[in-house]
Design a binder for this molecule. Sequence first.
Ligand code: NOJ
Ligand code: CA
Length: 701
Amino acid sequence: MIKSALLTAMLMAGLSATAAGISSPSGDFKLDVSADSDGVPRYSLSYKGSPVVSNCALGLRADEADFSRGFRLTGIDTLTSDTTWQPVWGEYSDIRDHYRELAAHFEADAPARKMTVRFRLFDDGLGFRYELPRQDNANYLTLRDEATEFNFGGDHTVFCIPGDYDTDEYLFSETRISGIPEAMAKYRGRHTESQQTEGNATIQTPTLLKSDDGRYISVHEAALTGYPALLLDVDTVTRAMSAHLTPDRLGVRAYLQLPFNTPWRTMIVSDDARDILASQMILNLNEPCKIEDTSWIKPMKFVGVWWEMFTGNVKTWAYSDDFRAKPGVTDYSALPSNGRHPANTANVKKYIDFAAAHGIEGVLVEGWNEGWEDWASYRKNRQFLFDKPYPDFDVDSLRDYAAAKGVQLIMHHETAANAADYERQLDRAFTFMKDNGYNAVKTGYVGAIIPRSEHHSSQWMVDHVNYVAERAADYKIMIDSHEAPRPTGLCRTWPNWLAQESARGGEFESFGGNPPSHTCILPFTRLKGGPMDYTPGLFETRLSYYGEGKDSQAGSTLARQLALYLTMPSPLQMACDLPENYERFADAFKFIEDVPVDWADSRYLEAEPGRYITVARRDKNSADWYVGAITDENARKATVDLSFLPAGEKYEATIYADGKDADWKDNPQSYSISTRKVDSKTKLSVPLAAGGGMAIRLKKM
Ligand code: NOJ
Ligand code: CA
């Protein structure tokens, strides 16, 4: 390897060089960059002396020009940067951004082409992106392919979901790289509205790999703007993965106007699984906050007129059953309610009362606006109106009632994937919100995207959801997007984008259930891109299967549902269950009332992907700490060493644990609550049931 200083010296002396490299600040990582004999740019990354990925191709291929071969490495720039910044909300109040950077400049002739690959090497991993400056000829590119490779070498274990352009609402498979085609094949055709890639050897990011010698590698991307979402093609023979960009329906990956920088390709690497969870590298690779006054951005918990529609198969988002039978009717007030419509004024007031009584800041209401009757036939006619409440939903009186009770109403915009129409209505929709006291909105894109040229994770949709978040910031509106492309840390730049779904969430507890391992995988995968609106807090875990009247069993004990508020951190956390279920278990609900959603510090105490997670976090607004621990289908003991507490201080610990006879399948509602005094010398050992968990509040005395 030629050291960068040496390369610089050679370049200055007019000598040609073919390789360059840097080390991470700690020296654990080494990066090598070169152009091979065909002029293909390549990189290799090693960690503590052994390879993470080796000899990986780099580049882009467009109709107008090929940026993947024929290159010479003509120069480099290096720098070291060490800064600390304060997120508006998150897991830490201070985030250190410390890296060495290598910008490798490549040039090619006939036709002339220029490309820079910018690498940032942190103590927790690598990020790199392509930078295409203006070219002498082609400045508008029709991008066909990205050549980026990740040659892992070994047949690592991998946690992955199918390469689907339209949905990420899958359970993860835990398999070997060589087993991916078989593992992914079983998901084909599961989602009628989605389009999977050809073949079964494509997976989505974020994905997590583990080598046989215990090295963890999380692969994803950061700052996805103006470009399609990343998937990975897997070569099961060579164990190599390569970039597969979501196309539009004509097969084009992206239309680019130069100059253009791609999103960062990221690998977080460690031999300690806890470091993968603690890493803030993806946020560090995003641009600083672009909102000047962030005082209106307020993390919160919320309840909602929501779960009623998922249980029992009785309640509906739609107001009327008649409407569908009477095409051409445009005046809803002439129609009777179906009597099963919970988004009505009286019921919403009940939720407002409940929230006010329990210190829950927000109330979400779904099914409040015109358009849901089309849902049943949404393939034909999909238009929701975002300023037209149903006749039984009194916007004015609810605005005044919520304000008097100090509760924040949360708006719902289901677009049924008619994103084009949503853009047309956006200003009217946001104005309606502000006029009526709403400062947060949950958006949704269920179904096949309109315009039909697009997929959920194609370039056009990436632009759409980013545009909605930016426009929302203009209106001082917070966003929670469902069925949007997987997050990539843009919440640093747009902190009004509090959360996204973009994975298989808690709603699936009513569609057959999420096995306990699912929430032991999500923090290692999906959550690396940003917080998830998972909707924890399910106390009644025996459900009737939504839509089919069958039984569904949630993959969790009740105590474990409390732990999810720690293991699935989000500045927007739902308490998803029905008020009457919380009233049945009022002592356990106390934890949900108390638990914060914004943190000053976080300590991952125990972690293994798919198996268990134990984490402690300090409240941003007090000296109190909270601990959450979850396990998969196997019972275990969580060990909580409280040495993170300030020495000499006494804390009162309230421990919400699984009952002795608890079990996620047979006895999920058995729990115990105990209190004891603890300090920094205490080590707690708390048994977790199969599919169980525990939560602790540590209150400073
Ligand atoms: C799917 C979302 O994930 C869910 O939360 C919502 O209630 C429905 N779509 C209806 O918009
Ligand atoms: Ca969803």
